[in-house]
Design a protein around this ligand. Structure first.
Ligand SMILES: C[S@@+](CC[C@H](N)C(=O)[O-])C[C@H]1O[C@@H](n2cnc3c(N)ncnc32)[C@H](O)[C@@H]1O
Length: 401
């Protein structure tokens, strides 16, 4: 086992060992095969232009490509997220694995886990990325990994069925090929985007559809090509944007912008605010007309919108009114209390509805892993039941226990 001493701390093997320790400490690595893979694969060889420190930072990404606007379209994902997803996938020696979204490093980790009897195919839509991944894999000694240039929307039928499919770009939907290309006992781990939120969901088959086994917070570059997101984004004014993919939401830009000029109504839930990512998921899936409100720092400094919107916050939108979550210190609720800020003619009723959801979550679902995702490759029923999100090829349903 590689250990870190003062003398070798800047050498790749020592940095790798330190990264593995850190990933174990953070709870991202929980199994020996995943730990062994991270200890074996020389991560820096897949980021030749980055410093060793950047390559081995457990929570850092390394950019591989930006688009013409400077937005990241390909990165070497953070080791922390890769570890969490590999643990979710429960890959075993001898398995056949498809990765959608290449870079080389994650495919090499998978190759370590499946071993000589297993096989790994990695597909990317971008030739620059497949060329780079092939070169890095060869350089690092992982030339058994098959690199394919393809839009992952259609899967990679040549090689199917796969025991595992790992998707490493944020997917707005689950195309039919990903289900049909999976073995009966297969598992797909996919960063699924639902109403603007992305969670890495491990799905097993359930009938013709999929049932989640675990989920966790994930941030990925968006899927390109045929499977790109179907979202509406509007700017209310410079620095304030709303985004939604829910067909029920009407985005009346002028009225909503005017509403923000009206005095704000504040309501407090009397309930604890914690586990923000779990609460956010619950709110987004249970608000009757959900959208995501984003605000820039200068708008927050002006006092137009409160601070939670800086990172994006679930909002309830109805005609010319809007309500969104906030929080304040309150020792009586364990440190922090959740609340709502609302604007517009319906501020009172939206705030009441929103506050009730905050209380319900705190009372009934305030823990990790309370949600179960289902994916059915059939159209959503009308009217849309709460927790049901229509997609292009099927329907996502999220229930809570
Ligand atoms: C986060 S990077 C992948 C990281 C990689 N798995 C690693 O080892 O770190 C996401 C990749 O998904 C690719 N991608 C986006 N849309 C795609 C699609 N429709 N099919 C295949 N690849 C896609 C991008 O080109 C990008 O390289």
């Amino acid at each position: 086992m590689t250990t870190v001493s003062d003398s070798n701390i800047h050498e790749p093997a020592a940095m790798r060992a330190a990264m593995v320790n850190s990933l174990r400490g953070q709870g991202a690595i929980t199994s020996e095969p995943v730990a062994a893979a991270f200890a074996a694969v020389p991560r820096h060889r897949f980021a030749p232009d980055a410093t060793l420190e950047a390559s081995y930072a457990p929570n850092g990404t390394v950019v591989a490509k930006r688009d013409e606007h400077g937005l990241e379209i390909s990165v070497m994902s953070a080791a922390h997220l890769q570890a969490v997803m590999l643990e979710q996938a429960q890959i075993e020696p001898g398995m056949k694995v498809l990765e959608i979204g290449s870079g080389g490093y994650n495919a090499a980790l998978i190759q370590e886990i499946v071993g000589p009897q297993g096989s790994v195919t990695t597909a990317d839509i971008d030739k620059d990325i497949t060329d780079r991944a092939s070169a890095c894999l060869t350089d690092a000694g992982y030339d058994r990994v098959k690199v394919v240039l393809a839009d992952g929307e259609a899967g990679v039928p040549d090689g199917a069925p796969y025991d595992r499919i790992l998707v490493t770009a944020a997917a707005w939907d689950i195309p039919p090929a990903w289900i049909s290309d999976l073995t009966e006992q297969g598992r797909i781990v996919v960063p699924l985007t639902v109403c603007g939120l992305t969670r890495s969901v491990a799905f097993d088959r359930e009938g013709t559809g999929l049932l989640s086994r675990s989920y966790c917070l994930a941030r990925f570059v968006p899927m390109q090509g045929e499977g790109a997101a179907e979202e509406r984004k509007v700017l209310l004014r410079e620095g304030i944007a709303l985004q939604t993919d829910d067909p029920r939401v009407v985005l009346n830009t002028t009225a909503l912008d005017q509403a923000l000029n009206e005095p704000r109504l504040e309501r407090w839930s009397g309930a604890a605010y914690d586990l923000p990512d779990e609460l956010e998921l619950y709110l987004t899936l249970n608000l009757p007309e959900p959208a995501r409100l984003h605000a820039a720092q200068h708008v927050i400094d002006q006092g137009v919108v409160a601070a939670p919107a800086l990172l994006g916050v679930p909002a309830l939108v109805s005609e010319g009114s809007i309500a969104y979550r906030t929080r304040r210190e309150n020792e009586d609720t364990g440190g922090l209390e959740s609340g709502v800020i609302a604007h517009g003619p319906q501020a009172e009723s939206l705030a009441e509805h929103y506050t009730e959801l905050l209380r319900t979550w705190a009372r009934d679902h305030r823990r990790r892993g309370a949600a179960t995702f289902r994916y059915l490759p059939t159209p959503a029923p009308t009217p849309l039941p709460q927790g049901t999100v229509p997609k292009r090829h099927g329907t996502v349903t999220v229930s809570w226990n």
